[in-house]
Design a protein around this ligand. Structure first.
Ligand code: SAM
Length: 305
């Protein structure tokens, strides 16, 4: 299914809980803050419906913190057993990874993104509000050992907080075979109260760093099916993917988002344009009814920038 800007939906980003152990300074709550969660059965059913209607084969689970959802292994197993998704991933703060990575992998999880804004315990604590860097590093080791691949580190760069750590984190990634996702801080949607002051104080335009990466890279790839993200391969084999909000970025967006309460929406900044599918799921509607809801959401998608 394509939207009015000729963008086909290729990925689902599914928040399964709004619960989280962290209080990240920058958190966008994935565009949504409601806590009324879909049940495991509803999540599985919705994943099946979306794969059938949209012909998507990629899904990423998020939150809140997805590993805070007690039934996370069951959810991954159920979705894997649908045999409809070729790529099942999740994004996590990593705190519970050492405990859960093996079970998750066995249940059918292919790969993960882990938020890692600093390798310095004090800075880590400042950004995330918790003193858990060591557990996260252990979790990364475990994830590697059990075979989750690739492992990507989400590094949101913030002026005055962690902007001096880029090269250290890059070397850490190269040494461990992790892919670095260098993310420009974005504003939090007004629907969620915004993050105006924080953004103004800590936002850093990534263009100069990207220019530098361009000059150092042995190869540059544009991920046309993923928001036109640029990926740089550096001489030491480090791989850096850059995520910077822009019109080009929005025009390459092929994601449909699902909030943990069943709200379907097409843009992180416009969860207010969403349509909730929970009632339809509970009333066991026909595929055409679900299709009608999904089509309304897809039609509401427009580039934010
Ligand atoms: N708790 C999980 C985690 O820490 O990855 C999943 C949810 S978190 C909202 C998912 C990702 O959103 C984080 O890794 C971070 O990169 C990104 N994110 C959240 N707020 C952001 C912001 N204001 N600017 C840029 N990226 C943001």
């Amino acid at each position: 299914m394509k939207d009015n800007f000729n963008r086909k939906i290729k990925h689902i980003r599914f928040s399964i809980t709004s619960k989280c152990q962290y209080s990240c300074l920058y958190c966008d709550s994935e565009g949504y803050s409601k806590t009324n969660e879909l049940s495991v059965e509803e999540i599985t059913k919705l994943c099946k419906i979306l794969a059938e209607i949209l012909d998507v084969t990629k899904i990423k689970f998020t939150g809140g913190e997805p590993l805070c959802r007690e039934e996370i292994v069951e959810i991954i197993k159920n979705v894997s057993e649908l045999n409809l998704y070729k790529d099942i991933s999740l994004t996590t703060n990593g705190l519970l990874l050492s405990e859960k990575a093996e079970e998750l992998y066995k249940a059918g999880l292919n790969r993960i993104n882990v938020s890692l804004g600093s390798l310095k315990p004090k800075v880590y604590r400042k950004i995330y509000g918790v003193d858990t860097l060591d557990q996260v590093l252990e979790g990364l080791e475990k994830a590697k050992t059990v075979g989750l691949d690739p492992i990507k580190l989400n590094y949101v760069l913030m002026k005055g907080l962690n902007d001096t750590e880029f090269e250290d984190i890059l070397n850490f990634c190269a040494k461990n075979g992790f892919i670095l996702q260098l993310i420009e801080l974005h504003e939090v949607s007004d629907v969620l109260g915004g993050n105006g002051d924080f953004y103004a104080k800590h936002h850093l335009d990534l263009s100069p760093i990207i220019k530098d990466l361009e000059s150092r890279a042995t190869k540059t790839i544009i991920r046309g099916s993923m928001q036109n993200r640029k990926v740089f391969i550096l001489p030491n084999s480090a791989v850096v993917e850059t995520i910077t909000p822009s019109h080009e970025f929005c025009m390459g967006c092929t994601k449909l988002r699902v909030g943990c309460d069943g709200n379907l929406f097409g843009c992180l900044y416009r969860s207010d344009l969403g349509k909730n599918i929970k009632e339809a799921l509970r009333n066991h509607q026909s595929l055409s009814k679900y299709e009608q809801i999904v089509k309304q959401v897809v039609d509401s998608r427009e580039p934010f920038y």
